[in-house]
Design a binder for this molecule. Structure first.
Ligand code: SAM
Length: 212
C-alpha cells in the first residue's frame, strides 16, 4: 500500500530538486539486480536527506542500514570539509555495488562502510555524531536508539525511517515484529523528555528527533 496519494507524490517529486544522474543510475541498477528495491530511499526522500545534511553541514554521520548505498550518498552531499559518514550493512553481498557508487561519486575518503550486525558494530565506532539515520531492522529501533543517544551531540538529530510502516502503526491487529517494533519505538520517543521530535509524512514516515 502506498500511503501517500500517487499523484501528490509525483507532484512533490516534480517540485523537489532533480535526482542527480549518478543516483538515478544507482536507483535503476538496484531495481534491476537487487531484491526488495523498494527499500531504497529514492528521489523525494533522498532530496530531503540531502537538504537536512546540507543545512547542518555535519562532521560525523552514522547510518544504520546501507542497502545499496543510496541514502548514504544523499547524506554525504552535505558533509563538512573533513566530514565522515559511517554506514553499517548486514548483507555483505551488497559490498560491490556500495563501493562502486562511493567511487563513482568520489566519496572514497568520506564514506566508511562497515559490514556485519549493527548492534555489534556501533559500540566500536568511537565518534560523536551530528546526524544518525536509522533504517535497518525495525524490531531493533529502540536498541539502536539506546546505543546511539549518548554518541549524539546536543542539538544533533536522529532521522528514523519507516515510522508509519505502511499505515500498520494504526492497526493494533498488526502484531508482526516490525509493526510492534515501530509502534514501541514511536511511543519510546514520545515519552523521552530529552528530545524534540516531529513525525513527517514523507514516503513511509520519517521521525526527525533532536537531542535537546
Ligand atoms: C531499508 S534498507 C536500507 C535502505 C537505505 N538506507 C536507503 O535508504 O537506500 C535496510 C537495510 O538494513 C540492513 N539490515 C537489516 N538488519 C540489519 C542489522 N541487524 N545490522 C545491519 N544492517 C541490517 C538490511 O540488510 C537492509 O539492506
Amino acid at each position: 500500500m502506498d500511503i501517500i496519494n500517487e499523484k501528490i507524490q509525483k507532484y512533490a517529486e516534480l517540485y523537489s530538486s532533480e535526482e542527480p544522474e549518478v543516483l538515478s543510475e544507482l536507483n535503476r541498477e538496484t531495481y534491476v539486480n537487487h531484491l526488495f528495491p523498494r527499500m531504497l530511499s529514492g528521489h523525494h526522500q533522498g532530496r530531503f536527506l540531502s537538504m537536512i545534511s546540507n543545512i547542518m553541514k555535519p562532521e560525523r554521520i552514522l547510518e544504520i542500514g546501507t542497502y545499496t548505498g543510496y541514502s548514504a550518498l544523499c547524506l554525504a552531499e552535505g558533509l563538512a570539509e573533513n566530514g565522515i559518514l559511517h554506514t553499517i550493512e548486514l548483507n555483505n553481498e551488497n559490498e560491490d555495488i556500495i563501493r562502486k557508487y562511493i567511487d563513482k561519486t568520489g566519496n572514497g575518503s568520506k564514506i566508511k562502510p562497515h559490514f556485519g550486525e549493527a548492534l555489534s558494530i556501533i559500540p566500536g565506532i568511537d565518534e560523536t555524531f551530528d546526524i544518525v539515520f536509522l533504517d535497518a531492522d525495525k524490531e531493533s529501533y529502540i536498541e539502536y536508539f539506546n546505543l546511539v543517544i549518548d554518541k549524539l551531540r546536543p542539538g544533533g538529530i536522529i532521522l528514523a525511517d519507516n515510522v508509519l510502516w505502511d499505515g500498520k502503526v494504526l492497526d493494533r491487529k498488526s502484531t508482526d515484529k516490525e509493526s510492534v517494533g515501530i509502534r514501541e519505538f514511536n511511543d519510546h520517543i514520545k515519552s523521552d523528555t530529552r528530545l524534540d521530535h516531529v513525525l513527517l509524512t514523507i514516503r513511509d514516515g520519517i521521525m526527525i528527533i533532536r537531542k535537546k
